[in-house]
Design a protein around this ligand. Sequence first.
Ligand code: SF4
Length: 67
Amino acid sequence: MRASKETYRKVAKECSSYEPIGTDRTLNGCSCDASEVSCVTCKHFDKDEYCRLNLYDQIIASRHIEE
Ligand code: SF4
């Protein structure tokens, strides 16, 4: 993981584009709880752990979230 679980959770909570992936799909190779709001459970999160919408870095910067 590039960032901690806690960071992904904070970012997803601030993100207006968060879209949970269905529970019928593999969770980006992660065994995290699918009901948890986090980038890890977001449709736009690439398997290489990048936000496809490039929102992750913007949210980190604008909300002063520590990685
Ligand atoms: S992966 Fe991107 S779109 Fe999804 S919650 Fe994180 S920052 Fe938002």
